[in-house]
Design a protein around this ligand. Structure first.
Ligand code: GUN
Length: 296
């Protein structure tokens, strides 16, 4: 059996098109334009690329993009001052502080300082707390985990009652995606670098979410036939035939896993395009919340 390929580019474009239309309607009906502020501290090359893509996508969808850059040696006070100014700016509906921050900064305090109604990343402790609790819903769902869920849903993969195994326990992906799957009634196992027999856990899974940042670590022999495999990893693999000397691969060994799985996301072109699409959706939601408050 060869797995069906879950095309993140197509599904992300569908999400972006919905946002584009809703933004145009909001502009027409209320003369209101959603705005997203992106904050980049320092010059981490991956972060710089991600932030540039986020700003470009805003423009494509009619969302106002407000970009701020601070130097790598910015103080905690400078970052928190900037966030406070963006919290107070009525033209800004969403605030995204790109992570990771330089080591000397207190990430938790920065995320805490973002106004809850503008937390389009869903990383505010109150949002994460609501995500963790039964019967409560966060105002915003973190973008990459949200993208994983939409990929599963749009591909018709049942979540209720499924065995879901998450490989990785990061704050940005592993933990929130586990909580989202649990909210949707999956039975969830979180594996990590200290898990004793990773293969044994993964072999039981109907849904595998690989988010551990290890090149092609999940192999075909670890996969239950027919399982859905979502690969969140983006790793550089040396490849002398590639122009840059490397190519991008996931945490999943695509070639061996696609022979066993029922459905699989490629890298690139799987989860990657979904993250920004879901950020745009969250920004639209933030604008809807602000507009409802304005017109109250
Ligand atoms: N760094 C890696 N992923 C993300 C994300 O989704 N949001 C932010 N702010 N930083 C990130």
């Amino acid at each position: 059996m060869t797995a069906s390929i879950i095309d993140g580019k197509v599904i992300a474009e569908r999400v972006r098109e919905q946002v584009r239309q809703a933004v145009a309607r909001m502009q027409e009906d209320y003369g209101y334009t959603p705005g997203l502020a992106t904050v980049l501290v320092g010059e981490n090359p991956a972060s710089t690329t991600y932030v540039r893509s986020k700003r470009k996508t805003c423009e494509e969808l009619g969302i106002r993009s407000v970009g701020s850059e601070l130097p790598a040696d910015a103080t905690q006070q400078q970052v928190e001052h900037l966030v406070a100014a963006l919290n107070a700016d009525p033209a800004v509906n969403g605030i995204l502080v790109q992570l990771p921050l330089p080591k000397h900064l207190d990430e938790e305090a920065v995320l805490n300082s973002i106004s809850l109604e503008k937390d389009v990343d869903g990383f505010h402790p109150v949002n994460i707390g609501r995500l963790a609790m039964k019967g409560r819903d966060p105002l915003f769902i973190p973008c990459t985990p949200y993208g994983c869920i939409v990929l599963l849903e749009e591909s018709g993969i049942p979540i209720r009652g499924a065995e879901a195994v998450i490989v990785g326990r990061s704050n940005i992906v592993g933990l929130p995606v586990a909580m989202l799957l649990q909210k949707r009634d999956a039975t969830v196992t979180i594996c990590h670098s200290r898990t004793r027999d990773l293969a044994e856990h993964v072999r039981r899974a109907d849904i595998v979410i690989a988010a551990i940042g290890q090149t092609e670590m999940i192999t075909g022999d670890m996969i239950k036939p027919g399982a859905a495999v979502i690969d969140v990893g983006i790793n550089q693999k040396p490849d002398p035939t590639a122009k840059r000397g490397y190519r991008l691969v996931g945490d999943v060994d695509f070639e061996s896993v696609k022979e066993v799985a029922g459905a699989i996301t490629p890298v690139p072109g799987g989860v990657g395009p979904m993250t920004i699409a879901m950020l745009m959706k969250n920004t639209l939601r933030a604008a809807e919340i602000a507009l409802a408050k304005r017109d109250r």
